[in-house]
Design a protein around this ligand. Structure first.
Ligand SMILES: *Cc1c(COP(=O)(O)O)cnc(C)c1O
Length: 534
């Protein structure tokens, strides 16, 4: 989602950029809920009509065998072509590599990473694209660094020289403090798969340690790295403190593509200073209608509607609000609040699937007050982040690196009700443009966080959110406007990409050793989230 919004912003600003990715034959997963309430995955065979064949192929070696990849092209972003590597075509014996995003074990995974990283660089050479800056979006792409080193060694450079020169061409974004998001591989498996790509054990271990950590290697292969919010910057710097020889980690907060996510009617009304309740109600009715068609639930347009849509990962705590049934039951029974959920679990994540099963149980228990929409995708996301009144976010701190769905909600006047983590540390102000559930992420253990957050959630819901919604509509609308005002530039992908340019790409192009220009906003990096009065 983020990479897509980023490419759209690059297109809007007419930047000279190309994107490189993979063409997943079966996409990620389509996930539905079975009769027994348990989510199951299906993998339709997509015809990607809009994807063109460039006629160009490149070759990488996997397990000692040549693998031919077609280079496909998505050209709907005009000046920003997106090239997709594809091994899934008639006659190919390696279709398995680009079959499924989360298809298999480490064997498939490493093959995919060879294709993306090493194949990605070869694709640029095959297309004769002259590159100033390589941007590794998460550790998955890190083998591109190994390919850049190999190329230089082939021209006679030493490993050290090749590494140093490569480092000056690369920037890196780290996206998550969650353990599973920072992949490690055994050297045995990397070598056997062909990921060494001409380097030896000592060289690979110098880059990524043993076991080979993709994030560590990327940090050692870049001029500068970034975390995706100010708070995540603090977390990432402390998390990787023990790793020597890395580029510095700065913060560039994520942003979302406003024309994709903000309702045009809300936009028009906001810009013209007109009533935004009407376009808000229109978006709410569209969501309610969608829910009725897909679940038979009759949501009440006059009652408060709280939305929560996330990947179903444990740390996001989708079920937190249900954990004290004596508090939540009367609110749901009386129709004071209605909850609408959506989300997919990672296909191999049992815990995530349990979370969905539990949400589905709540949907069945509170027929017209709780709704779970299956198969979370962009269409459902768009309906939700436009059509709810409130957007709930309560991950375990400090695990949410940024979070972007709350930004999408904010720019539609859907008010965030959130713990302070990720982007929220620099976003909504309590009682002005949303509601915050804690002061600043102190290092409180998760058990204690569950208790604190649950209490704070009910307190703010019953003392502030519910009374404002039902008794003070004009204040609510002021808050909606404040939310749009706070978010529509600050959390746009336009702002994000400008910062990437100013703080990272320029630094590579000018080949500077240190950040010097005053507008490079060191204060932004030091900024602590503002305190608030609850
Ligand atoms: C925005 C979006 C996401 C990412 O949301 P986060 O809050 O950053 O987790 C995921 N899936 C879909 C369909 C989205 O629209």
């Amino acid at each position: 989602m983020l990479a897509g919004d980023y490419l759209k912003a690059a297109h809007d600003l007419n930047l000279p950029m190309v994107g490189i990715g993979m063409l997943w034959r079966h996409d990620y997963t389509e996930q539905f809920v079975g009769e027994d309430g348990w989510p199951y995955d299906i993998y339709p065979n997509y015809d990607y009509d809009f994807v063109k064949d460039t006629g160009i192929t490149i070759t990488v070696q996997v397990e000692g065998r040549d693998v031919t990849c077609k280079v496909r092209l998505v050209d709907q972003y005009g000046n920003v072509p997106l090239y997709l590597l594809d091994t899934n075509f008639p006659g190919s014996e390696h279709g398995w590599i680009t079959n499924k995003l989360y298809g298999g074990g480490t064997h498939e995974r490493i093959a995919q990473e060879i294709l993306l990283g090493i194949g990605g660089v070869r694709l640029l050479r095959a297309l004769n694209i002259d590159v100033d800056v390589y941007h590794f979006n998460e550790g998955h792409a890190v083998l591109a660094g190994c390919e850049l080193i190999r190329e230089k060694m082939e021209q006679g450079k030493s490993f050290e020289d090749a590494w140093e020169t490569t480092r000056r061409q690369v920037v890196f974004t780290t996206h998550t403090p969650v353990e599973a998001g920072n992949e490690k591989h055994s050297h045995g498996e990397l070598q056997q798969m062909g990921a060494y790509n001409g380097l030896n054990y000592d060289q690979m271990a110098t880059l990524g340690g043993d076991p080979f950590n993709m994030t560590e290697a990327a940090l050692r292969l870049c001029t500068v790295a970034n975390a995706v919010s100010n708070l995540h910057g603090h977390t990432a710097r402390s998390m990787w403190r023990h790793v020597a020889d890395t580029g510095p980690i700065i913060s560039i907060t994520n942003g979302v593509h406003l024309p994709t996510w903000q309702s045009p009617e809300i936009n028009r009304a906001f810009e013209a200073g007109q009533d935004i309740w009407k376009p808000h109600m229109k978006a709410k009715m569209e969501l309610i209608e969608f829910a009725r068609q897909h679940t038979d639930a009759n949501l009440n347009p006059e009652a408060l509607l709280v939305g929560f849509a996330r990947r179903a990962a444990g740390y996001k705590r989708s079920d937190l609000i249900f954990r004290d049934s004596e508090m939540i039951d009367p609110l749901l029974q009386q129709g004071k609040i209605q909850l609408v959920f959506s989300g997919k679990a990672h296909p191999n994540d049992e815990e995530g699937k349990r979370i969905i099963r539990d949400l589905v149980k709540m949907d069945q228990k509170y027929k017209d007050a709780v709704v779970f929409l299956e198969n979370y995708n962009m269409e459902i996301a768009r309906l939700l982040i436009r059509g709810c009144d409130v957007w709930l976010n309560n991950p375990v701190r400090p695990l949410e690196a940024s979070g972007t769905s709350g930004m999408k909600a904010a720019m539609n006047g859907v008010l965030n009700l959130s713990v302070v983590d990720g982007w929220v540390g620099e976003g909504p102000q309590h009682g002005v443009s949303g509601w915050l559930l804690d002061v600043h992420h102190q290092h409180v253990d998760p058990q204690q966080q569950n208790m604190n957050d649950l209490q704070a959630l009910y307190k703010v819901l019953t003392n502030e959110v519910i009374p404002t919604f039902y008794d003070d509509r004009s204040r609510w609308m002021d808050m909606m406007r404040a939310s749009i005002d706070m978010s529509h530039y600050k959390f746009s992908s336009t702002r994000m990409i400008r910062e990437y340019y100013e703080l990272m790409y320029r630094r590579v192009m000018e080949n500077r050793a240190a950040v010097t220009a005053p507008w490079m906003i060191p204060s932004r990096m030091q900024q602590e989230p503002r305190p608030y009065q609850q």
